[in-house]
Design a protein around this ligand. Structure first.
Ligand code: HEM
Length: 405
């Protein structure tokens, strides 16, 4: 049978029994070519959009072959719950491409993000992140440090390793000689016995994992708010009522800003920075009566779920109001809305990311007015995406600002 896809490709459809007979994955998907598999179907396009369109034909559990590797895509809340809850143990490995310059043994020893399995070292990193670094209590304790950093301007990125290495050494020397405690990231890591090299790796991971996602989300939120004047006005009104001429937004004010929160959720629904949750099967398992072979990549397609008309009314429009009278949270329990993932690999930076997004957006909108250069019409903003991690605006957003107060 030949199926015509929205992408315009004609592909033979392989159903379950035929698939078994010629030894291709049991889950349906477009016909894989010998050796290269389905690479021609996705190369050079926006994979998140293409795969979402393919899933309309092949169903919410679909497979492609990338060379010899099976890639399984889940794109409905029910499939996401199977992958992230029922089979969390088997499907929570990570795949480190062979091109990665670091050996797998090193990744296991030092990396949280790229740790291929969820063994002891990964567990101790997670405990530390959850309890000491990014719990609400720890974040409250660090609020003063963040406020101080906002007031200082810093030069932050070249020769990171060397600079950080020097800081760690200096801190260890100082702490050996007197009892000063800063109670920041470095103190927590050192107090928990992490070596210099472990701390450096951790910092190297936080920077791209944290900064990139926050920057991309802020950029998308600003673009959406510029285009949606009504939402921008409502948000500004809410901020005016709460912040009232203070010099900077205080963390204690954030819980009183429901519309700001709704804008952040709506941005993450439409533009999830990580379009596919990147999991890998550490053993063969069955999901919804289909076999997922060991070592398959298992990707939950957040972009597809965020744009699914079966889940969201008018899914391509920016409507923060949809979150106002709703209990939907992004804490990994609501499987239709998973911008931070779910299960054991869920983003450990969530509490920090959430606070930072609130602080950044509230400050940008409360203290500044924003315009397009040459009096441009915000409807002209090009919202086209560039597939990357994080998912980005194809044309970076260029805005001018003037201070409101
Ligand atoms: C808008 C902000 C952010 C979003 C949407 C986001 C989203 C995600 C997602 C979807 C995952 C993968 C979850 C999975 O595989 O099931 C992840 C993992 C991760 N995130 Fe975030 N993230 C954000 C910010 C941050 C920040 C600020 C940090 C650090 C300070 C961070 C650190 C990490 C780390 C270390 C992992 C890997 C965890 C592991 O593999 O065990 N993220 N994030």
């Amino acid at each position: 049978m030949i199926t015509e896809l929205e992408s315009g490709i004609n592909v033979p459809f392989i159903s379950g029994n035929v698939a078994t007979a010629i030894n291709v994955p049991f889950i349906s998907g477009p016909f894989p070519w010998p050796l290269i598999g389905n690479i021609p179907h996705v190369i050079g396009r926006k994979p998140h959009v293409l795969v979402s369109n393919l899933a309309k034909n092949y169903g919410p559990l679909m497979s492609l072959r990338m060379g010899t590797r099976v890639v399984v895509f889940g794109s409905s809340p029910a499939v996401a719950a199977e992958i992230l809850r029922t089979h969390d143990r088997e499907l929570s490995a990570r795949y480190a491409p062979k091109a990665t310059p670091i050996e797998e043994s090193e990744l296991k020893k030092y990396s949280l993000l790229w740790s291929t399995d969820c063994q002891n070292q990964w567990k101790s990193f997670r405990v530390l992140w959850k309890s000491e670094l990014f719990s609400n209590k720890a974040l409250d304790l660090q609020a003063e440090i963040r406020a101080k950093k906002k007031r200082k301007s810093k030069k932050c990125m070249d020769k990171m390793f060397q600079v950080w290495g020097d800081i760690i050494k200096q801190r260890r020397n100082v702490d050996d000689h007197n009892d000063v405690k800063h109670e920041d990231f470095l103190d927590f890591m050192m107090a928990n016995g992490f070596s210099d090299v472990q701390i450096l790796y951790m910092l190297l991971e936080i920077l791209p994992a944290g900064a990139g996602t926050l920057i991309a989300t802020t950029e998308w939120a600003m673009a959406e708010l510029l285009k949606n004047k009504e939402a921008m006005a409502k948000l500004h009104q809410e901020l005016e009522g709460e912040i009232m001429n203070t010099n900077f937004v205080k963390e204690s004010q954030l819980s009183k800003l429901p519309y700001l929160n709704a804008c952040i959720k709506e941005t993450l629904r439409l533009h999830p920075p990580i379009a596919f949750l990147p999991h890998c099967a550490n053993s063969t398992c069955e999901v919804m009566n289909y076999t997922i072979p060991k070592n398959s990549l298992v990707l939950v397609n957040l972009w597809a779920m965020g744009h699914d008309p079966m889940i969201w009314d008018d899914p391509f429009s920016f409507r923060p109001e949809r979150f106002l009278n709703s209990n939907l949270e992004f804490k990994g329990q609501d499987f239709e809305f998973l911008p931070f993932g779910g299960g054991r690999r869920m983003c450990p930076g969530l509490p920090y990311a959430h606070r930072q997004l609130q602080l950044i957006l509230a400050s940008l909108i409360y203290y500044f007015k924003w315009y397009l250069p040459n009096d441009g019409d915000p409807w002209q903003i090009d919202m086209d995406e560039k597939y990357a991690v994080p998912l980005q605006m194809k044309k970076p957003l260029l805005l001018l600002s003037s201070r409101r107060c």
